[in-house]
Design a protein around this ligand. Structure first.
Ligand SMILES: [Zn+2]
Ligand SMILES: [Zn+2]
Length: 336
C-alpha cells in the first residue's frame, strides 16, 4: 500500500510499504481522511526514519480480528489507536485501555497517513467509534483534536455568565472557542498571532479577538473586562509568555487550564497565583462521543479550520504547507 514515510529532517515521502497485518484484537481501516497534527510537526523537524504519522483520521472498516465484538466491515468509523504493553498492572487485569505504558498510533507504530491503518486494540465505543450519517469523513478526522479541546474546557465547567480567554489559536484553541460557545459562555476572548487564525477565531464565535503580535494580550483582556480579568484562561500555546499572561489575566478565584505542551520548563513567581487563589488545572485527555455529538448537532464546525487538502501522493507538499504556510490551520489528507 501507499504511505507517507519520514526519511530524515523535514523529509517525508510517499512510498510503497507492506500492507498492515490483522491481529486478533485489531481491525484494519481503509483511511478516508487524516489530519496533520502539531505533534507530528515536532517530529517532522527531527531526524526520524520510517515513522508513518496519522492519529486524527476516519475511514471504513475492511477487516476485523476474530476476538473483536460489534465491529463489522463496512462501518464508517474514527478511532483511537494504541497498543497496550501486555505487561503492566492494568494489562494483567485485562484492562488494556488503561495501560500505563501504551505505544501510540502514528508514532510508535504506523499511523493513518496511508491507504490502510491497523488499530491493534479495537473495542466498540471505547477505541472505535461509529460515525453518524451526518458526519463527513473530513469532520470525523477532526474528532480527535476536538476531543482534546472538549475534555479541557469541560474540566473548568464554565458557566454562561463567565468570561473566558483562550490563548493560542491553533486547532486546539479554535475548537476550544467553539466548545465554550456550546457551553453557552457569552464572553469569549481569543488571543493569537496569525491573521488567518484571528479571522477563524471570529468565525468560531470569539467575542473579542486579540492580535498578540501587535497588542499586549493581558492589557487587552483587562480593558475588555473592566479590569476584572477573566474567570477562566484556556492556555493552548504552551509558551512562557502565554503562561505569564494567563496568571496575570485570571481574576481572583479563577482557573487556568494548561492545555498547550510546553517544550521548555517554565520560570514563574507563584505569588500572584497564591494571592488570587487561582486553580491551575492540567489537561490531557479526550472525549470522542461528546465530540462526535458536537459535530453532528452542528454546535461545532470543522469547516473554518480545514484550510488545505492534499492527496497521499502530495505528502511532502502537505507537510510543507502545515509548517510554513501562514494561512494553514488544519491540513488534511483526503483519500477519495
Ligand atoms: Zn493530534
Ligand atoms: Zn500495559
Amino acid at each position: 500500500m501507499k504511505a507517507a514515510v519520514m526519511r530524515g529532517i523535514k523529509d517525508i515521502r510517499t512510498e510503497t510499504v507492506p500492507d498492515p497485518v490483522l491481529e486478533p484484537h485489531g481491525v484494519i481501516i481503509k483511511v478516508k481522511a487524516c489530519g496533520i497534527c502539531g505533534s507530528d510537526l515536532h517530529i517532522y523537524k527531527r531526524d526520524e526514519q520510517g515513522t508513518i504519522f496519522g492519529h486524527e483520521f476516519s475511514g471504513e472498516v475492511v477487516s476485523v480480528g476474530d476476538q473483536v465484538k460489534g465491529i463489522a466491515p463496512g462501518m464508517r468509523v474514527t478511532a483511537v489507536g494504541f497498543r497496550p504493553c501486555g505487561k503492566c498492572f492494568w494489562c494483567s487485569q485485562g484492562k488494556g485501555h488503561r495501560c500505563s505504558n501504551m505505544a501510540l498510533l502514528g508514532y510508535q507504530f504506523p499511523g493513518a497517513m496511508a491507504e490502510y491503518v491497523h488499530i491493534p486494540f479495537a473495542a466498540l465505543g471505547r477505541t472505535v467509534f461509529p460515525l453518524p450519517e451526518e458526519l463527513s469523513y473530513e469532520e470525523a478526522a477532526s474528532v480527535e483534536p476536538l476531543s482534546i479541546s472538549y475534555f479541557s474546557v469541560n474540566r473548568a465547567q464554565p458557566k454562561p455568565d463567565e468570561s473566558v480567554a483562550v490563548l493560542g489559536l491553533g486547532v486546539i484553541g479554535l475548537y476550544a472557542v467553539q466548545v465554550l460557545k456550546s457551553f453557552g459562555v457569552t464572553r469569549i476572548l481569543a488571543s493569537g498571532r496569525r491573521a488567518a487564525r484571528l479571522r477563524a477565531a471570529t468565525e468560531c464565535g470569539a467575542d473579542v479577538v486579540i492580535d498578540a503580535a501587535s497588542q499586549d494580550p493581558t492589557a487587552a483582556v483587562m480593558d475588555a473586562t473592566a479590569n476584572m480579568g477573566v474567570n477562566t484562561v484556556v492556555e493552548c500555546a504552551g509558551q512562557q509568555d502565554t503562561f505569564d499572561q494567563a496568571v496575570a489575566m485570571a481574576r481572583g478565584g479563577g482557573k487556568i487550564l494548561l492545555v498547550g505542551i510546553y517544550e521548555q520548563p517554565l520560570t514563574w513567581d507563584p505569588l500572584p497565583a497564591i494571592s488570587k487563589n487561582l486553580s491551575l488545572i492540567g489537561c490531557l485527555g479526550g472525549n470522542f462521543p461528546a465530540s462526535i455529538e458536537l459535530l453532528r448537532s452542528g454546535k461545532v464546525s470543522a469547516r473554518p479550520l480545514i484550510t488545505h487538502r492534499f492527496t497521499l501522493d502530495q505528502a511532502a507538499e502537505a507537510f510543507r504547507a502545515q509548517l510554513q504556510d501562514p494561512g494553514a490551520i488544519k491540513v488534511m489528507f483526503t483519500m477519495d
